[in-house]
Design a protein around this ligand. Structure first.
Ligand code: 0A1
Ligand code: ZN
Length: 875
């Protein structure tokens, strides 16, 4: 290997030696190249330690430097030093103007970082370090500058030219035109954006709470213009919510969103000009499922909320990424909870956290919410930084209460508006506003790993004392051995024999205990009966909870707990135990026998028409294979799959009549709308159908096909499609897949769904089918959405096929990673995730997976992205 990439450490942080007050950019977009002219007003940072520091500019190796001048004086190669990603000017005046011209090639940019082409349109992605692929710059978030940007291009092919802020001038000449945009808010380069293309938009006016008029515009390719209304409604709801809940209003005259097909992530919060993956903005009843509607709403809100939590107050350095991401995920989750079902939203978020973030936290890439080092920052846009980071903010909210938390956030925004700050500044504001000491709480930011809470209890009828003993344990992670106890909010309630909540401190039915010691006992006085505890209500902390619940107690909580989340969680615990029992039977060669307790509990929930159908659907959904794998010490792929399938089919067999009854009773009554009521009905109806089809009876298959044929929306059609496609009725499966493709071949996002449905088909032979689909016209290795739909879905979800004992799945994935490493390092690096988990499998699979990781490591020039994950996984 060439030189190994080096790690960067938080402890080495130094303030920038120079500041850039203003940044003027001019882009000349042409077919074979783009010229980028910049003029920067630079001055020495008065806070820098050394007065003689060199000026260090970042510039990607792909940049061709055409011109560099200081105060009009042209520089030549002898005046600077260029090495790796740095261009260094040893001596510069205290204050000067730096002019620079670079030549770049968006047409061949497959990494989708910097300026690139998506379909035929130009767009940018600068977070985290993409701006250095555009021009030489101090590409670090603590250098904030006022940007003026001129975009010049062919007028006919690129009629729309956008950048951050407001358009202030435009003109045309000989078939080309230009527009100048000014953004008055100082921002780091990662928030810069540019778009040029043949786009159309929808527009709506918005009046902020202080009466300012804002024009909201969403741009897309003309064919998608009819799929933008939901995003617009979501944006307006988010803007209102942020005014009401956080007192934050929008600050520019225009807010723009642009939909692009080629995008590495979900969306990007560039100031005033968000760029979105089409999958996170387009929505129409015929092409979009209910789940995708909710995702669009959440992502639109997320990017909007970044305008304050991220843009007005940004990160000092990339170690602080969770400052903006954790806080913003918390904000968007609360927004979604407020406008949809709070409990369902919480269940979904916790499911993701417990399945994927816990896995990350116990794997080779485990890192704290505020990492201490990285090789490639793109690898740290993780579930830990986002989701666990949001849980950390949620815990602050729980500990302080809504009112003090709001005072803390007000103080944070007031203190740090226009600054680049740290997670510690955030905690300091919360401390100052609440008067609470959060010293120990800060450990959540610096210690990796998921804590386990072991609990036990006893009750003394004579003294009416109930005592809860809690022990916290934080596991070792590759980066840290020594761990200190965390400050953990533990919300709980105590139920009497009738299922009613007992009154706890100050008459409340839920109390938040604060766990700070490694071992602690909490004593509850005047408890009249031996209670059933409802622990960790609302999932009040991101921990693994161990308490010896009996199956009877779980069934009891499922029907009585006043905390909706815990009612669901009791059902999950019960199902996990039952499935684990089946796995044990399978391994011992016994005939599988489903515990009747689960059947009875499910029957009761299915029969209870007073419950929200969305909750019923959640409660009756068996834990996923991925969650069961996360819980296992050594993952037995086959046992998990078979035991879960058995539970499913048995439940379907024993509950066939009520499932059928509810399926029919929940038939659609009116025109499709993605409203809470309808979404809830469809989710339960589709769940009933999925159980019924599991019986592999022609009548139920026909039911699914009838739904497929007669429905007016993608939620019902897609559900039916995947059930038929995954069934054993192979002719019907092939027919429905073909029909679906014929109907939707011009809808890229729907075709991606079609790829994903096939990728997760558990029937044998999946790898052959995947390989064939890679040759299909619908597939394109350069489009990250397609790679995710086909390859990530296969390797991440289709466990029985991917983990086939031959190792063919692993070799296939390694080939794709080696290929993608050259094309798109970020996507390549994310593809690695399933291989990083090799330690959780049996010895034979471990060896096969490791061999593929080594093959990747030896495959030649690796990007920093892939190198970091592979080397840490093997390390
Ligand atoms: N900040 C965006 C996500 C994002 C992160 C990195 C990207 O490129 C490496 C792109 C987008 C968000 O949180 O929505
Ligand atoms: Zn974000």
């Amino acid at each position: 290997m060439a030189e190994q990439p080096q790690a960067i450490y938080l402890k080495d942080y130094q303030v920038p030696a120079y500041l850039i007050d203003t940044t003027e950019l001019r882009f000349e977009l042409a077919d074979d190249q783009t010229l980028v002219h910049s003029r920067l007003k630079v001055r020495r940072n008065p806070e820098a330690t050394s007065a003689q520091a060199p000026l260090e500019l970042h510039g990607h190796e792909s940049l061709e430097l055409c011109r560099l001048a200081i105060d009009g004086r042209e520089l030549d190669a002898a005046d600077y030093h260029r090495e790796g990603e740095l261009l260094t000017l040893a001596r510069v005046p205290e204050r000067f103007e730096l002019s620079c011209t670079t030549r770049i090639h968006p047409q061949t940019n497959t990494a989708l970082e910097g300026l690139y082409l998506s379909g035929g349109m130009y767009c940018t992605q600068c977070e985290a370090e993409g701006f250095r692929r555009i021009t030489f710059y101090m590409d670090r978030p603590d250098v904030m500058s006022v940007f003026t940007t001129t975009v010049e291009a062919d007028q006919a092919r690129f009629p729309v030219l956008l950048s951050n802020g407001n358009p202030v001038a435009s003109g045309e000449k000989e078939g080309r035109h230009w527009v100048t945009w000014e953004d008055p808010f100082p921002k780091p380069a990662y928030l810069f954006a540019l778009v040029a293309g043949d786009l159309q938009h929808i527009e709506r006016p918005y009046k902020t709470m202080s009466g300012r008029d804002v024009s909201l515009r969403i741009f897309a390719e003309p064919k998608d213009l009819d799929k933008l209304d939901h995003a617009m409604d979501s944006l307006i709801n988010a803007m209102r919510w942020d005014e009401e809940v956080y007192g934050r209003e929008y600050d520019l005259d225009i807010y723009m969103i642009v939909a692009v097909d080629f995008f590495n992530m979900g969306a990007m919060e560039n100031k005033g000009l968000n760029i979105f993956n089409t999958s996170c903005v387009l929505a129409s009843p015929q092409t979009t499922t209910d789940a995708a509607y909710l995702r669009v709403e959440g992502v639109v809100a997320h990017e909007y909320f970044h305008n304050w939590s991220g843009n007005r107050v940004t990160c000092r350095d990339w170690f602080q990424l969770s400052l903006k991401e954790g806080f913003t995920v918390f904000r968007d989750a609360e927004f979604s909870a407020d406008i949809n079902s709070r409990t369902v939203k919480r269940i979904e978020d916790v499911t993701l956290l417990r399945t994927a973030q816990f896995a990350e936290d116990s794997g080779p890439m485990a890192h704290p919410v505020r990492p201490a080092s990285y090789i490639e920052i793109s690898n740290f846009y993780t579930l830990t930084v986002y989701e666990k980071g949001a849980e950390v903010v949620r815990m602050l909210h729980t500990l302080l209460g809504a009112e003090l938390f709001r005072r803390g956030s007000d103080l944070y925004f007031e203190r740090h508006d226009g600054q680049a700050v740290t997670t510690d500044d955030f905690v300091c504001a919360m401390e100052a506003a609440s008067g609470r000491d959060l010293t120990q709480f800060r450990r959540w930011y610096s210690q990796a790993g998921t804590p386990t809470l072991r609990m036990a209890d006893d009750y003394d009828a004579a003294t009416q004392q109930y005592r809860l003993h809690v022990e916290q344990q934080l596991p070792q992670t590759p980066d840290q051995v020594e761990k200190l106890p965390l400050h953990i909010p533990l919300a709980l309630g105590l139920l009497d024999a009738s299922g009613a909540d007992l009154a706890l401190a100050e008459g409340a039915t839920t109390q938040v205990l604060e766990l700070t010691e490694q071992r602690q006992t909490f004593v509850f006085e005047q408890i009249p009966v031996h209670p059933v505890p409802s622990l960790l209500r609302g999932f009040s902390a991101p921990v693994r909870l161990q308490y010896p619940y009996s199956r009877d107690a779980l069934v009891f909580l499922m029907s009585h707990d006043s905390d909706g989340f815990n009612r669901w969680d009791a059902g999950q615990r019960l199902a996990v135990e039952v499935i684990q029992g089946l796995m044990a039977q399978y391994r011992q060669g016994e005939a599988l026998q489903l515990d009747g307790a689960l059947v009875d509990a499910y029957a009761a929930v299915l029969d209870d028409e007073s419950l929200d159908p969305a909750m019923v659907a959640k409660v009756l959904s068996l834990p996923s294979e991925a969650y069961l794998s996360e819980l296992a010490d050594c993952i037995d792929v086959e046992a998990i799959h078979l035991a879960r399938q058995f539970a499913r089919t048995e439940l379907a067999r024993l509950l066939e009549a009520p499932l059928q009854r509810r399926y029919e009773a929940l038939a659609p009554t009116g025109v499709y709308a993605p409203d809470a009521d309808q979404v809830a009905r469809r989710s339960l109806r589709n769940l009933c159908l999925s159980y019924l089809v599991a019986l592999e009876a022609p009548a139920h298959l026909a039911r699914a096909r009838a739904q497929y044929d007669s429905c007016d929306n993608m939620t019902e059609r897609q559900a039916a499609l995947s059930l038929i496609a995954h069934s054993g009725f192979e002719t019907d499966a092939a027919a429905v897949l073909e029909d679906f493709y014929q109907r939707y071949q011009s809808e890229t996002l729907v075709v991606n769904q079609w790829l994903a449905v096939q990728a997760c088909d558990p029937k044998p032979g999946a790898l052959t089918r995947i390989k064939a689909l890679m040759q299909h016209a619908a597939f394109d290795l350069r489009n990250p959405n397609k790679v995710r739909s086909l390859i990530s879905t296969f390797c991440g979800i289709n466990a029985v096929n991917f983990h086939d004992g031959s190792g063919a799945g692993y070799a296939f994935l390694a080939d794709r990673i080696i290929e993608m490493n050259r094309l798109n390092p970020q996507v390549a690096s994310r593809l690695l995730t399933p291989l990083t988990r090799w330690r959780k499998y049996d010895a034979a699979r471990q060896a096969l997976m490791q061999a593929q990781l080594r093959r990747i490591l030896d495959s030649g020039e690796l990007s920093r992205d892939v190198y970091e994950v592979v080397s840490k996984s093997l390390g």
